[in-house]
Design a binder for this molecule. Structure first.
Ligand code: DGT
Ligand code: MG
Length: 368
C-alpha cells in the first residue's frame, strides 16, 4: 500500500524505482501517477485537467475495493476518459508512459524545484525558468533576480523547511504557540487546524486559528503573538496580512481567494528539547530547526466557517463548496454560508454540515 509521504516529496529516482517494482500494488501506482499529473497541471497552471485528475484521485482513493480490471470503471463518478486510459496503461504495462514523460521533463523538474522554496509560486518559477535558470545557485547568482523577503527566507531556511514536519514536531509547535497566546491574550482561543487537525502524520506547516470573544479584538491578536515570539527569540520570519474583511465581499466565489481575515505566515525556531517522543529532525549540533507556521484570526462569529475552511483538505473544501452550490444552491466559503438571500449562522462546524443536509464528518474523514 501507499506510504504516508506524498509523491510531492519523493525524488524522481525513488518514483522510478517504485515504478519498476512489480510487487507494488496497482492502486499505489495509480495514486502516484495521478498525483504527478495533478502536480504537473498545478505547476503549469492548467486548471481543467488539474481539477479532473484531483477528483478522479479522490474517488479512486475512497474505493473500498482495488481496481484489477477496467470492468466497472466507466460507472465511477469523476473518472473520465483520460483517467481510464491511465488505468488501462497501468493495468497493461505496470507503468504510465505519460507520467514517465512528465517526470523526465526539464520544465516540470525545474518548476517543482523552484516552487519548493517558501514564497515561490508557479508564476515566479516559470518566469525564472523562461530566463534560462535551472538551479538555486543560478537564481542566487543572477544580478537581475530580485528576491522578496519571503523568498530570501525561503532560501535561507530551505533545508529545514523542505523536510516538512512530523506529528510530534507539530505537537511541540502547538505547545509553543498555545503558551505564547495564553501569555499575551489569556482570553483568546487558539486551535490547531490544517492537515495536522486531520490527523496527518507529516505536513509542510502547522496551521492555527486564534480568536477572541471581544468584538474587533481579533485584529490585534496576531501582532501581540508575533511580538511575544520575537521576545522569546523564536521568530525567524513573519509576513502579516491585516484583515480586509468587508461583508460586501462575502461569500467569495473563487476558491483560490482563500479569505479576508487577518493572518500571518511565519517561520519559527523549534527547539529540539521541546519535541517529545521521537520524530525530531533537528540538525545535530544546532539544537533547533526552522518550521513554517500559519496563524489566522477571524472574528468569533466566523470561527466555524474558518475552521471548516482551514481544516481542508483542499480537495475536500473544493468538493464541499461544489456540493453546496450544485446540490443545495448555496454558497459556502471560509466566511459564510449563503442561502438564496440570507446568511446562515453557525457556531460549530456541525451547524454548517446540518445546514447543508449532510452528516457531520470528523476531520480525519476529510483527507480527500
Ligand atoms: P500541508 O501541506 O501538510 O500543510 O497540508 P494542509 O492541508 O495543512 O494545507 P495548507 O497548510 O496549505 O492549508 C491549510 C488548509 O487551508 C487546507 O487544508 C485547505 C485550506 N486552503 C489551503 N489553500 C487554500 C486556498 O488556496 N484556498 C482556500 N480557500 N483554502 C485553502
Ligand atoms: Mg498546513
Amino acid at each position: 500500500m501507499k506510504e504516508g509521504r506524498p509523491v510531492a516529496v519523493e525524488t524522481r529516482h525513488l518514483i522510478q524505482v517504485r515504478y519498476s517494482l512489480s510487487t507494488i500494488c496497482l492502486s499505489s501506482l495509480l495514486q502516484d501517477a495521478l498525483e504527478v499529473l495533478v502536480e504537473y497541471h498545478e505547476l503549469t497552471e492548467i486548471e481543467g485537467p488539474r481539477v479532473a485528475y484531483s477528483r478522479a484521485a479522490s474517488v479512486l482513493k475512497s474505493l473500498p475495493w482495488t481496481i484489477e480490471s477496467m470492468g466497472g470503471t466507466e460507472a465511477l463518478p469523476c473518472v473520465g476518459e483520460k483517467t481510464r486510459t491511465l488505468i488501462q496503461e497501468i493495468l497493461q504495462y505496470g507503468r504510465s508512459f505519460e507520467v514517465e514523460k512528465i517526470l523526465a521533463d526539464e520544465r516540470y523538474q525545474t518548476l517543482k524545484l523552484f516552487t519548493s522554496v517558501f514564497g515561490v509560486g508557479p508564476k515566479t518559477a516559470d518566469k525564472w525558468y523562461r530566463r534560462g535558470l535551472r538551479s538555486f545557485s543560478q537564481i542566487l547568482a543572477d544580478p537581475d533576480v530580485q528576491l522578496n523577503r519571503m523568498q530570501q527566507n525561503g532560501f535561507l531556511h530551505y533545508t529545514d523547511l523542505s523536510r516538512g514536519l512530523s506529528a510530534a514536531e507539530a505537537r511541540a509547535v502547538e505547545a509553543v504557540v498555545g503558551e505564547t497566546v495564553r501569555t499575551v491574550a489569556p482570553n483568546a482561543r487558539v486551535v490547531l487546524t490544517g492537515g495536522f487537525r486531520r490527523g496527518k502524520e507529516f505536513g509542510h506547516d502547522v496551521d492555527f486559528i486564534v480568536t477572541t470573544a471581544e468584538p474587533g479584538r481579533e485584529n490585534s491578536l496576531l501582532p501581540l503573538i508575533m511580538g511575544r515570539l520575537e521576545e522569546q527569540g523564536l521568530l525567524l520570519f513573519q509576513a502579516h496580512h491585516p484583515s480586509t474583511l468587508a461583508l460586501k465581499k462575502i461569500p467569495c466565489r473563487r476558491f483560490e481567494a482563500m479569505d479576508y481575515y487577518s493572518k500571518c505566515f511565519l517561520i519559527l525556531k523549534l527547539e529540539g528539547s521541546r519535541v517529545q517522543g521521537g520524530g525530531q529532525a533537528v540538525p545535530a549540533g544546532r539544537g533547533w530547526r526552522a518550521v513554517r507556521v500559519d496563524l489566522v484570526a477571524p472574528p468569533i462569529e466566523r470561527f466555524a466557517f474558518t475552521q471548516l475552511g482551514w481544516t481542508g483538505s483542499k480537495q475536500f473544501e473544493r468538493d464541499l463548496r461544489r456540493f453546496a452550490r450544485v446540490e443545495r444552491n448555496m454558497l459556502l466559503d471560509n466566511h459564510a454560508l449563503f442561502d438564496k438571500n440570507q446568511f446562515l449562522a453557525a457556531v460549530t462546524e456541525k451547524d454548517i454540515f446540518a445546514h447543508l443536509g449532510l452528516e457531520y464528518m470528523e476531520p480525519w474523514q476529510r483527507n480527500a
